[in-house]
Design a protein around this ligand. Structure first.
Ligand code: SRM
Ligand code: SF4
Length: 551
């Protein structure tokens, strides 16, 4: 191993196919934690060790170790759950976790607060429904996302199957997950040779999305690699392939930056997965393995230069990319409410603020979805905007589903939310994220209420300006590609970024540093006033601040 390689490289190589000492860590009853090296390995199995940050001081005062627990993220390519799987997820959430089902910005769900002794029962319960969390985190290909709303295109189902195939082709070959969590016997004859990941895996996380134009709900250009469907005469012919997106940055480290992907070119649908695989191997071989802050594909491409990177991918593929074909992306927000697809099936997109599915006095999302699932009247599709589509409903079942959605306040909750609230995204941040510097999902809803007042004052309340907030610069709610982005710097303070377009093809720009709530509202008051009086017809807020030279 090179002297410069980061410690995680050693952990991966010495892990015996991601097994490490996870079994021993689990058995240790003296602590709620697992061993340090295993904390890196557990990510490859879709889990993170965390602690309740709200209770750190109290625990320290009592000389108790931190209140450790685990977060599990499911691998759900394309974000689909069948009714029985939703029922199972509901009960697993109730028995082993905080109870909140958290829809993520990558179209899957996370459960938090799982104690060490509950991990295996949780994974076993998922396994009984053939659901897993393999590679949902770690230096491998993550959950493959795909445009969510089937009513937009008859080719949706075909594309959804691509997401599944991509996820499968890029899964690690090790059986460690089954041995550690499901007590599978280690079989000597099972070939674990992994031509893609070898024993070193990728230098860093790797993310793939598939977009179905005109819909860019997956924020395709923020992914390491992506496919944009090309539809000609109503048929899927192939894809424009993208590479080099990524958003994470580090405060004070100017070598880090958000970057949108480039379009490498067009490939036929038969060659699309090969192209993604080739991109992943170039990243495996050329990516930075010494500094994890600079190891995403975006930096590999910028270091090699785009033409050299593309040539290397083409060399491995054995053919060249064709000129990109027409595949126009027009919007990326979720279409709420009822829609029907070409087969006459109905879809209801429900607003789930910050992706938190739970029951409150006002709206009982969990109860509503449970009853619909128990009656087997719908599938459940997650969106990359942290919402839920009650999906694939037959005409004769629509009234039944509508009655439940209405009884538990889901329809009212969706309809009363203002356009700006419906388009907003916030990452998890406190109390579980160890990297959070400021609040996000626990704070944004109340800030939006104040922003709504300002928008009302300036008569722009019908504008669905995209506001995204994260508790640190890692960018989990993709704040660098919103019209108004808040990036946490310190408790109660945020950098303000302005000026993305509405379709997700332009990064915003840093505007003001380290603002508290009062300063944020004062800035927005001024900006909204200028927008209200100075905008052109149909001009978005993001386009306005760029045209006016505000950023
Ligand atoms: Fe993320 C790390 C939550 C989407 C960039 N992200 C984390 C961790 C696991 C913190 C950690 O490393 O210990 C957060 C767990 C919080 C918690 O308590 O649950 C976390 N990321 C999330 C989720 C749950 C946010 C949400 O509220 O929905 C999203 C889960 C997606 C999924 O289902 O797989 C989530 N993370 C993203 C995205 C958005 C996307 O992929 O579309 C990004 C920006 C795009 C990108 O990858 O560049 C993102 N997360 C990061 C980074 C920065 C990576 C980098 O290149 O620098 C980190 C930190 C790291 O990897 O070191 C991170
Ligand atoms: Fe945690 Fe930062 Fe991601 Fe928010 S953006 S979930 S604070 S890592």
């Amino acid at each position: 191993m090179s002297q410069n390689e980061s410690p995680v490289e050693r952990i991966k190589k010495n892990s015996h196919g991601l097994r490490g000492t996870l079994k021993e860590s689990l058995k240790d009853e003296h602590t709620g934690a697992i061993r340090e090296d295993d904390q890196s390995l557990i990510k490859f199995h879709g889990m993170y060790m965390q602690d309740d940050r709200d209770r750190r001081e109290e625990r320290a005062a009592k000389k108790l170790e931190r209140l450790y627990s685990f977060m599990i993220r499911l691998r759900l390519p394309g974000g689909l759950l069948k009714p029985n799987e939703w029922v199972g997820l509901h009960h697993i959430a109730g028995e082993h976790t905080t109870g909140v089902i958290k829809i993520t910005t990558r179209q899957t769900v996370q459960l938090h607060g799982i104690l060490k002794s509950h991990i295996k029962p949780t994974i076993k319960a998922f396994d009984q429904m053939r659901l897993d969390s393999i590679a949902a985190c770690g230096d491998v290909n993550r959950n493959v996302t795909c445009s969510a709303h089937p009513s937009y295109s008859p080719i949706f189902q075909e594309i959804f199957e691509y997401a599944d195939k991509i996820s499968y082709e890029l899964l690690p070959k090790t059986r460690a997950y089954y041995e550690v969590w499901l007590d599978e016997e280690k079989l000597a004859e099972v070939n674990e040779e992994d031509p893609l990941y070898q024993d070193r895996y990728l230098p860093r996380k790797f993310k793939i999305a598939v977009a179905v134009p005109p819909y860019n709900d997956v924020d395709i250009f923020t992914n390491d690699a992506g496919l944009i469907a090309v539809v000609e005469k109503g048929k899927l012919t192939g894809f424009n392939v993208t590479a080099g997106g990524g958003l994470g940055t580090t405060h004070g480290n100017p070598d880090t930056y958000p970057r949108l992907a480039d379009v490498l070119g067009y490939v036929s649908k038969e060659d699309a997965i090969k192209a993604l695989y080739a991109i992943a191997t170039v990243q495996r071989d050329y990516g930075n393995r010494s500094d994890r802050k600079l190891s995403r594909l975006k930096y590999t491409i910028d270091k090699m230069g785009l033409p050299a990177f593309k040539a290397e991918v083409e060399k491995r593929l054995g053919f060249d990319f064709e000129t990109p074909r027409k595949a126009d992306l027009k919007f990326r927000h979720d279409e709420y409410g009822w829609h029907k697809n070409h087969q006459g099936l109905w879809y209801y997109t429900a607003f789930v603020e910050s992706g938190r599915v739970l029951d409150t006095e006002e709206v009982q999302l969990k109860q509503a979805f449970l009853e619909i699932a128990q009656a087997e009247k719908a599938n459940f599709r997650f969106t990359c905007n942290q919402n839920l589509i009650v999906a694939d409903i037959k005409e004769e079942d629509k009234a039944f589903v509508e009655n439940i959605l209405s009884t538990y306040g889901v329809i009212a909750n969706t309809e009363k939310a203002s356009p700006v609230r419906r388009n907003a995204l916030a990452c998890v941040a406190f109390n579980t994220c160890p990297l959070a510097l400021a609040e996000a999902q626990r704070y944004l809803p109340s800030l939006i209420t104040k922003v709504e007042e300002l928008m009302g004052k300036h008569k722009i309340q019908q504008e669905g300006i995209s506001i995204r907030m994260t508790g640190c610069p890692n960018g989990c709610a993709r704040p660098y590609i919103s019209e108004i982005g808040f990036v946490g710097t310190n408790y109660g303070r945020y950098n303000l970024h302005l000026g993305s377009d509405v379709i997700g093809t332009r990064l915003n720009k840093f505007y003001k540093e380290n603002l508290d709530e009062e300063q944020i509202l004062a800035e927005l008051d001024g900006l909204f006033g200028r927008y209200s009086s100075g905008r052109k017809k149909k001009e978005s807020f993001g386009d306005f601040v760029v045209r006016e030279g505000i950023v």
